[in-house]
Design a protein around this ligand. Structure first.
Ligand code: UDX
Length: 439
């Protein structure tokens, strides 16, 4: 079986590398020639643990190929995956221009049966739009008898754990409308079945909806817990205990119940806006999801408010150490990161920011230029700081040397956006501590 994956972003590159690792002949396609040339030399454009070795190994074994030219390889393929970006446009719609450009290229050049699979997260109905576009173009080209299939195969991988998520997912969702497409997708995923997961086949619209609904549910859990955490603070309860208590109910489960300074990243914020828009377009208001976004926007301001409240608003000219910039650990992704909300508020009020992140320093420069100081390590960041604020829970922040910190910091205040420290320990080291959802 030969497959092409168009788009070498997170989803496309990880999928391509992992399919190749399972013995499939994969061609990854991208219009960015610099990216493609880099990939051939083993230069990985994203920070993802474990990805480089899989890419290099499979490229050397000639199971994984890279090209900028979809047209020349198109008709050698059985399946074409579309895995290009679907960013939010100004109104919150998923911008489908990249997806549709790929569909047009396929329609203009295909001359044999192909299965065209949407892997990008797309609004419900997009695979049908792709099918209509291709059918129309084929008819215009006089290829009325040429048959093809479309399918939907949303991707659920998490940044930072992408390889494992792809190799051993909880489930794979495939939306199809013909037995032929179902058989092809079954064959493609068969090598993974040894890892004990299920492929769930369904209709295409339900498959597209499953992706949005899953992300919206996860984001809902986070915003729900953030709301509970804020209430815990006011009434004197401890959200860490509440979380443990709730999570032991098997109907609720333990994961995605961690309160913090809000969710960020390339998926949740964009997908939440997109599903609301899908509802709006058909005259249905997604009430819960609207509240999820509102709570998250408020939560992203919480670290600044805690700092500002501590100093009673007298913060101009103060210095803050920020540990962690990426939207979560194990990635350099800064998209919609809560750290950006914090830092922009601090800068606006004339506070000096000294930031450190193990992976995202270069990415951060794209957003913050030279408006902040980029520290060489956590201690450099904390030097003469009036507070230490932690928006991202990188492992290397968990056990710092508090005696060094107490010597170099101006004031012993820690504002912990991810509840990685505990109050008693902090008090023992002589630090004033503010977590999320604790008294
Ligand atoms: C998410 C989905 O998990 C994945 O299935 C989908 O394909 C893409 O979107 P990702 O964006 O990589 O993946 O990040 P994830 O690990 O899910 O975290 C998202 C955000 O939620 C982060 O900002 C994280 O800090 C926050 N989060 C997560 C919490 O605040 N609390 C939690 O309990 C879990």
């Amino acid at each position: 079986m030969r497959i092409a994956i168009v788009g070498t972003g997170y989803v496309g590159l990880v999928s391509g590398a992992c399919f190749a690792e399972m013995g499939v002949d994969v061609t990854c396609v991208d219009i960015d020639s610099e990216k493609i040339e880099g990939l051939k030399k083993g230069i990985i454009p994203i920070y993802e643990p474990g990805l480089k070795s899989i890419v290099v190994r499979n490229y050397d074994a000639e199971r994984l190929h890279f090209t900028t030219d979809l047209t020349s390889v198109l008709n050698e393929m059985d399946i074409i995956f579309i895995a290009v970006g679907t960013p939010s446009d100004e109104e919150g719609n998923a911008d489908l221009s990249y997806v549709m450009t790929v569909a047009n290229t396929i329609a203009d050049n295909m001359n044999k049966h192909l299965l065209i699979v949407t892997k990008s997260t797309v609004p419900v109905g997009t695979s049908y739009r792709i099918r209509e576009l291709i059918r129309k173009r084929l008819d215009e080209r006089g290829l009325n008898d040429l048959q093809f299939d479309v399918a939907s195969n949303p991707e659920f991988l998490k940044e930072g754990a992408a390889i494992n998520d792809f190799m051993s997912p909880d489930r794979v969702i495939v939306g199809v409308e013909s037995k032929e497409a179902e058989n092809l997708m079954s064959r493609l995923y068969r090598p993974f079945l040894l890892n004990n997961f299920r492929v769930i086949f369904m209709d295409i619209l339900s498959s597209e909806m499953t992706k949005y609904a899953s992300n919206a549910m996860l984001a809902t859990r986070i915003s729900f817990m953030n709301d509970i955490a804020n209430l815990c603070e006011i009434v004197g309860a401890d959200v860490n205990m509440v979380r443990r208590g709730m999570g032991s109910d098997s109907r609720i489960g333990r994961s995605f119940l961690y309160p913090g300074c809000g969710y960020g990243g390339s998926c949740f914020p964009k997908d939440i806006r997109a599903i609301m828009k899908v509802g709006e377009d058909v005259g249905y208001e997604m009430t819960v999801i609207k509240a999820v976004e509102e709570v998250n926007n408020r939560q992203k301001g919480i670290l600044f408010h805690k700092f500002n409240r501590y100093y009673n608003g007298d913060i101009k000219g103060k210095t803050v150490a920020v540990w962690g910039l990426s939207f979560k650990p194990e990635t350099d992704d800064m998209r919609d990161a809560p750290s950006l909300t914090l830092i922009e508020s601090l800068l606006k009020e004339g506070v000096n920011v000294r930031a450190y992140d193990p992976a995202a320093m270069q990415e951060a420069r794209k957003y913050l230029d030279d408006r902040i100081y980029y520290a060489t390590d956590i201690y450099d960041a904390a030097n003469e700081a009036d507070a230490l604020i932690v928006p991202t829970e990188w492992k290397e922040f968990r056990l710092p040397n508090w005696s060094i910190l107490s010597k170099i910091m101006n004031n012993h205040l820690v504002i912990d956006g991810r509840n990685i420290y505990n109050k008693e320990d902090m008090a023992a080291y002589g630090f004033e501590y503010r977590g999320i959802g604790q008294k």
